[in-house]
Design a protein around this ligand. Structure first.
Ligand code: FAD
Ligand code: MG
Length: 342
């Protein structure tokens, strides 16, 4: 009898060890870190591994160190510190972003403005002590947010800001670039599916399962971290949202958000609460989400004619949800207090 008991015991011990081993050899699921001043997570599902996640987040941290306007040691910081003094050597990543950023500035009549840094710093939205600047301070900042005074020398790989006090801020486009970079690495590994989420800058690779797209939700733009009010099914695309509730402060009875109108120097004032852009290129989606917010719904519809294959979802203060042609009939409104507008 004892023999049988010890065999059973041995069997259960082995079973338990096998279970433990299976547990720790199972691929880790999503990996999340704080980069770019926000929560970034990447999920490669069964194809995820510590090595792959380490490599991806090392690349994101590398980009943060080059592109951040929020650090003193980044290249952007060095370019800003040398404004009006001397050109500064810029890595390929900066040139890869600044070129398109200046094209968006040109096409949007300066609404999208990579030289917006002095105003972003003045408003300090999203940081402790943010307050409405004095009119005179805004007037002074408006004088030096001149994107035409950004000079790129492609032979010497330098960037020069012509006027003292000028500051680059790539907050509206660089996360999209970073998402593209992460997707490139995932494709190079030959992986077919994955989700990249850089503080709401989403890029999905492949489909959830063959023939079954991913299910994406657009949050209620009136509530920070609100529930999804619109849902859609997507594959191989980036979905980037800009809105009034991503970064803001309240002073008196007014809410001040972080998408600044370079014409007035104040947060953009129009009918919109948020714009979500769908594009295969996450950098285009990121820059356009901000640009379309600044243009407003009507002007955006004609502006988007220049971007074939790009779609957008506009949610406004009257709780109307408007979509571009490519999305007609393919969104679902989850919150009855919002309605679709054709
Ligand atoms: P979007 O709508 O995509 O862009 C709004 C942001 O773009 C604003 O926050 C401002 O930065 C800029 N902007 C405002 N108006 C305009 C305009 N008219 N034209 C062009 N740009 C405009 N945040 C932190 O708190 N701490 C950090 O350390 C930090 N590091 C970062 C490093 C990198 C590389 C990047 C890309 C961002 C970082 N951020 C950090 C976040 C950044 O400050 C912005 O708040 C964030 O990128 C806004 O993204 P969004 O998609 O919410 O808004
Ligand atoms: Mg953006």
């Amino acid at each position: 009898m004892n023999q049988l008991k010890s065999k059973f015991l041995l069997f259960f011990i082995l079973l338990f060890v096998a279970y433990l081993l299976a547990g720790c050899t199972q691929a880790p699921q999503a990996h999340t870190e704080f980069v770019f001043g926000t929560v970034c997570s990447i999920n490669l599902f069964k194809q995820g591994s510590d090595e792959r996640y380490q490599a991806l987040f090392m690349r994101l941290r590398e980009l943060d160190a080059i592109l951040s306007a929020n650090r003193d040691d980044s290249t952007i910081a060095k370019i800003n510190a040398a404004a009006g003094i001397t050109p500064v050597y810029a890595e390929k990543e900066i040139l890869d972003i600044l070129g398109p950023a200046l094209e968006f500035a040109e096409k949007s009549g300066g609404r999208f403005n990579p030289a917006i840094g002095p105003l972003v710093r003045l408003w300090n939205i999203g940081n402790e002590g943010a307050t409405v600047p004095k009119k005179s301070e805004i007037t002074n900042a408006l004088k030096i947010i001149d994107w035409r005074s950004i000079h790129i020398d492609h032979d010497l790989n330098t960037v020069f800001l012509e006027k003292v006090g000028m500051r680059l801020d790539l907050g509206a486009i660089a996360k999209g670039y970073a998402a593209n970079e992460a997707a490139k690495m995932i494709h190079n590994w030959g992986l077919q599916r994955g989700i990249i989420d850089l503080g709401g800058n989403i890029l999905v690779i492949g489909s959830k399962e063959p023939g079954k797209p991913w299910h994406i939700g657009i949050r209620n733009p009136e509530i920070s971290g609100g529930n999804s009010i619109v849902s859609l099914h997507v594959s191989n695309i980036s979905v980037v949202t800009s809105g009034v509730n991503e970064r803001f402060f309240i002073e008196g009875d007014k809410q001040y958000h972080h998408i600044l109108d370079p014409k007035t120097g104040y947060p953009a004032e129009n009918e919109l609460l948020s714009v979500s852009v769908l594009s295969a290129d996450s950098m285009v989606a990121d820059a356009l989400s901000t640009t379309l917010f600044l243009l407003g719904t009507k002007k955006s519809m004609s502006f988007l004619a220049e971007f074939p294959g790009v779609d957008a979802i506009f949610i406004d203060k009257a709780h109307a949800v408007r979509v571009t042609k490519g999305l007609q009939g393919s969104i679902q409104i989850l919150d009855p207090s919002f309605h679709q507008n054709y």
